[in-house]
Design a protein around this ligand. Structure first.
Ligand SMILES: C[S@@+](CC[C@H](N)C(=O)[O-])C[C@H]1O[C@@H](n2cnc3c(N)ncnc32)[C@H](O)[C@@H]1O
Length: 261
């Protein structure tokens, strides 16, 4: 029976065989990889992945699609994890984990933040996302696209936009252009934040009101002496600071809190 695409689950199914091949070539699956596909849908990527892999995990929320997946592949080849990828514990799948998927665009930002929490177990991640989100992920300091997503992901990952995919490659066609992006976790010794929760707090505060200066947005976290000690101009706006600047601020704030007990 034909599956009717559900908007609430961000369902746009890949239908262009050339694009699918290009994505699988970019992923380069090897037989014994530990891999999980988020949102397999009707299996446009699942099928060619399983041509190369001994086994694949998938996480899918739509019950109709889950039933189809069970019918189509035996459990030894495909493990179907039924439920919400936003709540899924990717650490249970083993390491080093490879994560792939044509992600549901309506939850892409929270999903990226959720996945960033598993970076230590991950070998790489290759995703299809709205181009606009990918541009924000890879944006450099000083550009309009640079924001909380850029800083928090660039802190943990080396990222690259591989190629763009037009709406016509999907059924139904989305309204926006898409891009394939790869994320590779940085080695632990390159992560210098003493407290990553404080880093997240500082970055959220700075970009919460991105038109205001840091003096205003970081009020309560960093005082004038703190800006001086770090050599950062408090009259700048959030988008001018690099990832390293944010890490320096977060470490200063964390040290201050520790001293204050
Ligand atoms: C853009 S479609 C991609 C489908 C398929 N991979 C393809 O390329 O044709 C997104 C898929 O993610 C599933 N999905 C949506 N929200 C989800 C969630 N929170 N957790 C897991 N899967 C989800 C949808 O049901 C759908 O199968």
């Amino acid at each position: 029976m034909e599956h009717r695409a559900r908007k609430r689950f961000g369902q746009n199914f890949l239908s262009d065989p050339n694009i699918i091949r290009k994505i699988i070539d970019a992923i380069r699956p090897l037989r014994d990889d530990v891999m999980v596909e988020i949102g397999p849908g009707l299996g446009a990527m699942t099928e060619p992945l399983l041509e190369r892999l001994a086994h694949l995990h998938v996480v899918e929320i739509d019950r109709d699609l889950i039933a189809r997946l069970h019918q189509r592949w035996p459990a030894e080849r495909l493990t179907v994890h039924e439920g919400d990828a936003l709540k899924f514990d990717f650490a249970t799948l083993g390491a080093p984990l490879r994560v792939v998927g044509n992600l549901p665009y309506n939850i892409s930002t929270p999903l990226l933040f959720h996945l960033a929490g598993f970076a230590a177990q991950v070998r790489d991640m290759t995703f299809m996302l709205q181009k606009e989100v990918v541009m924000r992920m890879v944006a450099e300091a000083g550009s309009d696209d640079y924001g909380r997503l850029s800083v928090m992901l660039q802190y943990r990952f080396r990222m690259g936009r591989l190629f763009d995919v037009p709406p016509g490659a999907f059924r139904p066609a989305p309204k926006v252009m898409s891009s394939i992006v790869r994320l590779i976790p940085l080695p632990a010794e390159q992560l210098h934040a003493d407290d990553e929760e404080v880093l997240a707090e500082v970055v959220a505060a700075a970009f919460g009101q991105r038109r205001k200066t840091l003096r205003n947005t970081l009020n309560g976290l960093l005082d004038a002496a703190g800006f001086d000690a770090l050599g950062i101009d408090s009259g700048l706006r959030a988008e001018r600071l690099t990832v390293d600047d944010y890490v320096a601020i977060a470490n200063h704030v964390a040290a201050q809190r520790k001293r204050a007990g």
